[in-house]
Design a protein around this ligand. Structure first.
Ligand code: AMO
Length: 423
């Protein structure tokens, strides 16, 4: 016959009964939408019929039955129940409508993330996230990068003292790692290519749609490079590959739940910092050479380039004064650095590093830092440190921009910001 016996386990999101037939919707596995459970009164034991007609929405159930060859349910998947067992009954009415018909507030979907994960839209986001992580690992492993894990409790920061979280570390003060920067560079004196997927902890006080106090980064570092161009090439291949992969794996599904996936652009142009200032000048911004591109400027530049068909672009050759000590100088004023922006949001930044010991010490001093505090790091530059470079990419920001979302909290299960420490 054209039927197959099987079992479905999941949560009841909807239930209705029409005389002698009852229909349940059960959210199962990682399927985006629920499976319809058809229960016929005269084909099940009385207990199952009672369950089918009285089950509380949200309860966890096991359904035994057959999958019919011809599915009548509009949602496309169906099981004809022979037995239903309630494994765990809901004690309270769930605070989120599990049919998705009545939307909840932004915060409620975070407070009850596990319940939100029963809804197609949230499932899609976090399945996409998991796929992006998987793609990232595979991409860099294939390119000959060693996956590493560096400490998250550290003795010194690399990205500026203002954003360090302090930790009591026995008799000393320690910090939560802002970035693997110092460690990934030290590793360049032992292996030629590394990558790490790990959280950044940053004590940024402001609350914006693109900042979190704990966010996930992809860090890449590669030695024996000729210039930062080598690094930009890998970053470009990675971002293009990630877009292509997600589109091929989930493009259709994501569209069904309302996401407009970023398209892979024909090319990723490189705009120098100076060119960006000129463009912004024409757009009415009065920025001086050396000024930071603030959020408004980034956004305006993003819109301008998007209108020209470039949603993704590099901004290169920033003033050295605007970049961290580890970035190599190009000349007196410029640095060998780059940012990668998507639609006006900085998603990655990197560059070639200063690998010459004495120059590195000069750079530390020029930034007002004490080289002695960094001696564990500078030591590695004494034993044949090759020319190297790399980048740090915000995976949360990449996913957010790829999905066309406007708040980073939508792609992080339990976001940490100034006001959110639980759940
Ligand atoms: P940077 O500080 O630019 O560079 O960080 C790299 C990327 O990480 C993401 N990011 C964040 N995302 C969300 N919330 C935050 N608070 C946050 N802070 C950073 C951004 C950013 O582009 N060591 C260098 C990288 C390198 O040169 O290799 C670094 O940390 O997408």
């Amino acid at each position: 016959m054209g039927t197959k016996a099987g079992v479905v386990e999941g949560w009841v999101s909807n239930a209705k009964s029409l005389g002698r037939v009852a229909f349940l919707e059960v959210i199962d596995d990682l399927n985006l939408s629920p499976i319809t459970v058809v229960v016929k009164k005269d084909q099940v034991d009385p207990e199952t019929w009672t369950t089918a007609t009285r089950v509380k929405l949200g309860s966890a159930v096991r359904v035994e039955g057959v999958f019919p060859e011809v599915v009548v349910s509009r949602k496309g998947r169906e099981i004809q129940a022979s037995r239903i067992t309630v494994l765990s009954e809901t004690l309270e009415i769930p605070p989120i409508d599990l049919t998705g018909k009545t939307p909840a507030s932004f915060d409620l979907y975070i407070d009850y993330r596990y319940l939100a994960l029963r809804l197609p839209r949230f499932r899609a986001v976090f399945i996409a996230r998991s796929k992006l992580m998987g793609f990232t690992r595979e991409f860099f492993a294939k390119q000959g990068f060693l996956e590493v894990n560096t400490p998250k409790i550290v003795g010194a920061g690399a990205e500026g003292g203002a954003t360090l979280f302090t930790v009591d570390y026995f008799e000393r003060k320690a910090y939560l790692s802002q970035s693997p920067q110092l460690y990934k560079q030290m590793l360049m004196c032992g292996v030629p290519r590394v990558f790490e997927i790990a959280p950044y902890f940053r004590a940024e006080k402001f609350s914006t749609p693109r900042h979190l106090n704990e966010s996930w980064g992809l860090d890449v570092e590669m030695a024996f490079i000729d210039s930062e161009e080598d690094v930009m090439r890998i970053l470009e291949d990675f971002v293009r590959g990630a877009i292509r992969y997600l589109r091929s794996q989930m493009g259709e599904t994501l569209r069904e739940v309302g996401f407009e996936l970023l398209e892979e652009p024909a090319n990723i142009p490189k705009v120098t910092y100076s060119e960006a200032l000129d463009t912004l000048g024409k757009l009415g911004f009065s920025l001086q050479w050396g000024d930071d591109l603030d959020t408004q400027a980034e956004k305006a530049l993003g819109e301008h380039l998007q209108n020209q068909g470039y949603p993704i672009y590099f901004i290169t050759k920033y003033p050295w004064d605007a970049k961290p000590f580890y970035i190599m100088r190009e000349n007196d004023k410029l640095s060998r650095s780059f940012d990668l922006d998507i639609r006006g949001i900085e998603v990655a930044s990197g560059g070639q590093r200063e690998h010459r010991y004495t120059e590195l010490l000069k750079n530390l001093k020029a930034k007002g830092l004490n080289p002695e505090e960094f001696s564990f790091y500078t030591q590695a530059f004494k034993y044949g440190m090759p020319p190297h470079g790399g980048f740090g990419l915000g995976l949360d920001r990449l996913l957010m921009t790829m999905l066309g979302l406007s708040n980073i909290r939508e792609v992080v299960l339990f976001p940490r910001d100034r006001f959110r420490l639980v759940p």
